[in-house]
Design a protein around this ligand. Structure first.
Ligand code: CTP
Length: 394
């Protein structure tokens, strides 16, 4: 059991800290909450007190608290101080070393590690002032999580959403050195993103995959101790911490990289591999009156080859992006590809490029339907399932 001091800042995402407290309590940790003035506009002290079963602290000038414990003691009796959601304003004050309220006073007085989960509008997150403050905080030894990317309460889109409570929980346990390391010593291969199949020096065939689900899975696997090789098609995503990344363009390059990355204990083939390529032209294709005809040549099926190859990992997982009869297609695909599991997702909505995913896990023993959740949450749940499966069949 660890003691967490949770500082709840003023943002619409403050409601998610209720779920975070529930998760922390479920893991046996004690949580003590400090609610900022801004935070109190989004959640009430009563809610936090009921969930944490501890008094909630709101004011620096609460003399009763000062007499009974004092803010120095409050900041030091915890094993970890967590700020969630951390607003741009709160991070700016932390970076400047200000101590005008209870939250910033505790943060300045603490001698314990501090983990910050930011949440704000995308322009505020990318503003040079915030970028500067985050760099300052990280240089000061504070762990600042990257916010999630997606649709925001304000209607804009981009990085700035509070990381999912399960991701904050994982970061908390990692910071406390008690995280799940159940994939330590295992090598897991992940493919992610689209492939680009050149037509000529300036054009290519591609698809809408953003790579986000695959990158989230690579991050989640590494977070529980796996050595992860991530083979990525062309995407604009940063490499998750602790992951070895190999960038490729085409399906054939991806196939070669997969063979080169063997052996592995498990493979998670999330990439939306192009099914076809064309024989690329050396020079740019010019308009010549009649529309050109492209002859499509089938690409190697990387997943199917891996599933029957001599180097087959013990656990091979494919993805199936479907727009109709999702489960039927996934059951057939599992058998056709020869893999152990298929993670099937319905891409008829805004899944491709979106932040959430709604998946079914198809295995030899049946179909599990997971509730719609953030791609990060899907990744964490899948990583745990992989760890359980590898433990069961060593
Ligand atoms: N895949 C692969 N190599 C390919 C095509 C697909 O490794 N050339 C993998 C994907 O990474 C994914 C799974 O196979 O894990 C599903 O691919 P998909 O293209 O949906 O399956 P297909 O067999 O092409 O079925 P269909 O296009 O008919 O849905």
């Amino acid at each position: 059991m660890k003691r967490i001091l949770l500082i709840v800042g003023g943002g619409i995402a403050a409601y998610k800290t209720c779920e975070l407290i529930r998760l922390l309590r479920g893991r046996g940790h004690a949580v003590r909450c400090v609610l900022t003035e801004g935070g109190s506009h989004f959640v009430t002290p009563m809610t936090l007190a009921a969930l944490s079963e501890q008094p909630v602290h709101t004011s620096l000038w609460d003399l009763k608290d000062e007499a009974e414990m004092g803010h120095i003691q409050l900041s030091r009796q915890a094993d970890l101080v967590v700020v969630a959601p951390a607003t741009a304003d709160l991070m700016a004050r932390m970076a400047a070393g200000l101590a005008g309220d209870l939250a910033t006073t505790l943060l300045l007085a603490t001698d314990k590690p501090v983990l910050v989960a930011p949440a704000m509008n995308v322009r505020m997150w990318t503003h040079p002032a915030t970028v500067r403050n985050v760099a300052r905080l990280r240089a000061d030894g504070i762990a600042v999580m990257d916010p999630d990317e997606g649709a925001m309460a304000c209607g804009e889109y981009g990085p700035g959403r509070l990381p999912e409570p399960v991701a904050i929980l994982a970061a908390i346990e990692a910071a406390l050195g008690i995280g799940d390391r159940s994939l330590a010593g295992r090598h897991v291969l992940v493919t992610a993103g689209p492939t680009h199949e050149p037509i000529d020096p300036v054009r290519y065939l591609a698809n809408r995959s953003s790579g986000r689900q695959g990158f989230a899975i690579a991050r989640a696997l590494a977070a529980i101790g796996a050595r992860v090789t991530l083979i990525a098609g062309p995407v604009a995503l940063p490499t998750p911490a602790g992951v070895d990344r190999i960038d490729v363009q085409t399906a054939r390059e991806m196939a070669d990289a997969v063979v080169g990355a063997m052996p592995a204990d498990a493979a998670v083939m999330v990439a939306a591999v192009a099914d076809w390529h064309v024989a690329p032209l050396d020079q740019k294709l010019k308009k010549a009156g009649t529309p050109p005809a492209l002859t499509l040549i089938e690409n190697p099926d990387i997943l199917a080859h891996l599933s029957v190859g001599a180097d087959r990992p013990r656990l091979v997982i494919g993805f199936a992006a479907e727009t109709e009869r999702v489960i039927d297609h996934a059951i057939a695909k599992r058998l056709r590809k020869g893999c152990d599991w298929i993670v099937a997702n319905d891409v008829s909505g805004d899944v491709m490029g979106g932040a959430d995913n709604s998946v079914h896990l198809v295995t030899a023993s049946g179909v599990e339907t997971w509730e719609r959740m953030a791609k990060e949450a899907v990744a964490i749940r899948l990583a745990r399932r992989i760890a359980d499966e590898l433990q069961e069949r060593p």
